[in-house]
Design a protein around this ligand. Structure first.
Ligand code: ASP
Ligand code: MG
Length: 436
């Protein structure tokens, strides 16, 4: 069971999670994120230290510490557990204050980032102690690890975690940190932003859990972006493949990397709402329960690149040369379309854009459109249903479309549009595809 930052971000919410766990019939490993906002603040502290602005870093640390002190004052009722929480908070902020005096390094910034999950899990565990729950705290740094390619080492995670669980056989609630891990050098590291979902999926795979539950504050994955579109509904069931497309193409509810461990080890994933624990949420399993379109998602900040060259006509090996440029700069490509003399593709990062463009210019003329959005229509066997294509293109009305990707998989049709058309197009698709 994984609970995100907002699910533990207020003392009342934390109490609510504890009561959910007390009602849980089966023993559960409970993966927690940092309290909402904390990781962003820790990033800010790291950035200030990296810039040499220790004064600002100090101010941010002090403000964060005040926040945690107020948090535990509101959470605890008994002196014993309150004092314990006070010394936990003091210990982690002493650490941050010491770091201020050390010269900055990449490894140090990872240590800073780890404080959020360490604090949330220790505070939560102390609260479980206060209410007399049967719990143990399993330190993620003792079992969660990545190799030199930053890939999780599932075999070793399994061995170490199984061993830890053996030691706490009698406990029903086993709390651990999301996001943090050790790297190949044995240093504290992390699974990248939003990585607590990934932790949950890895843990579920490693212990062969009956289910991996991701608890947030919305009732599952919706058929469209509820922040933009008036009327959306939760999707009851998805296959892993559909969920992967949706998670990658912008459905914020689940981290894209967290799909594969559960998929590979055949652990069903359930997306649930802490505010409405009895709601069905979304169940993700190997197979899709029904065909047809399930949802639409959008991914922002996309850059489209067009490479045009007469030499592409009837040539072979040309696409390889283009792809090699992206490989060299470790930049993943999302959408691709080709014509006989040109190809368009999209990337989602500016990191090496200038170098990439420069090298592509040796292959042909290059045009770049920034501020694009990928709108992805996801479902099962949607390419085999002419009615769906008709509805999809009928929904576009006058919206200018920069690229279309169709036929790459059975699960997805993607459209690229300028960001300014996104909201309206999502609304049109909601109407046209779902009748909502
Ligand atoms: N606390 C981390 C973050 O904000 C990990 C997570 O919440 O999933 O990115
Ligand atoms: Mg998250």
């Amino acid at each position: 069971m994984k609970f995100g930052g907002t699910s533990v971000g207020k003392p009342d919410r934390m109490k609510h999670i504890a009561s959910l766990l007390l009602n849980e019939p089966e023993p559960a490993v409970v993966v927690l994120s940092a309290l909402s906002g904390t990781t962003n603040t820790l990033v800010e502290i790291g950035n200030n230290i990296a810039k040499g602005d220790r004064h600002s870093a100090q101010q941010v640390i002090t403000k964060l510490e005040d926040y945690y002190q107020a948090f535990i004052r509101a959470l605890f009722e008994k002196d014993e557990t309150y004092n314990k929480a006070k010394s936990i908070v003091a210990e982690h902020f002493d650490f941050l204050n010491i770091i201020l005096k050390i010269s900055f390094s990449e490894a140090l910034s990872k240590d800073i980032l780890a404080q959020g999950e360490l604090l949330s899990t220790k505070i939560f565990s102390t609260y479980l102690q206060e209410i007399g729950a049967d719990y143990a705290l399993l330190p993620a740094l003792e079992f969660m690890s990545i190799d030199e390619n930053e890939e999780p080492q599932i075999g070793s995670i399994r061995t170490k975690l199984t061993h830890l669980l053996e030691q706490h056989k009698d406990k029903k609630i086993l709390v651990t940190q999301g996001y943090i891990c050790r790297n190949a050098r044995g240093e504290v590291d992390n699974l990248k932003r939003g990585g607590s979902d990934y932790t949950a999926s890895l843990v579920a795979a490693a212990i062969n859990a009956s289910v991996c539950e991701i608890w947030t504050d919305i009732d599952g994955m919706h058929n469209n972006d509820p922040r933009i579109v008036d009327k959306t509904v939760p999707v009851e069931q998805l296959s892993f493949e559909e969920a992967a497309e949706l998670a990658y193409f912008g459905a914020k509810i689940l981290h894209p990397a967290s799909i594969w461990p559960a998929q590979q080890y055949k652990i069903p994933v359930r997306l649930l709402n802490t505010m409405q624990p009895e709601a069905k949420g979304t169940l993700i399993t190997q197979e899709a329960a029904s065909t047809g379109v399930k949802a639409v998602a959008a991914k922002d900040n996309i850059i489209a690149i067009k490479i045009k060259s007469g030499r592409m006509l009837l040539a072979y090996g040309f696409l390889r040369k283009i792809f090699e440029v992206f490989e060299k700069y470790k930049t993943p490509i999302d959408m691709i379309t080709t014509s006989e003399v040109a190809m368009s593709l999209t990337i989602d990062t500016h990191d090496h854009l200038d170098q990439i463009i420069k090298e592509l210019e040796a292959l042909g003329s290059v045009e770049v459109d920034e501020n694009q959005t990928i709108i992805s229509v996801v479902g099962d066997h949607i390419n085999e249903t002419p009615e769906i294509i008709k509805k999809l293109f009928g929904s576009l009305r006058n919206t200018p479309i920069r690229m279309v990707s169709y036929g790459g998989s059975k699960h997805n049709i993607s459209l690229l549009v300028a960001a300014e058309h996104k909201n309206q197009l999502l609304q049109q698709l909601n109407h046209g595809m779902f009748g909502l």
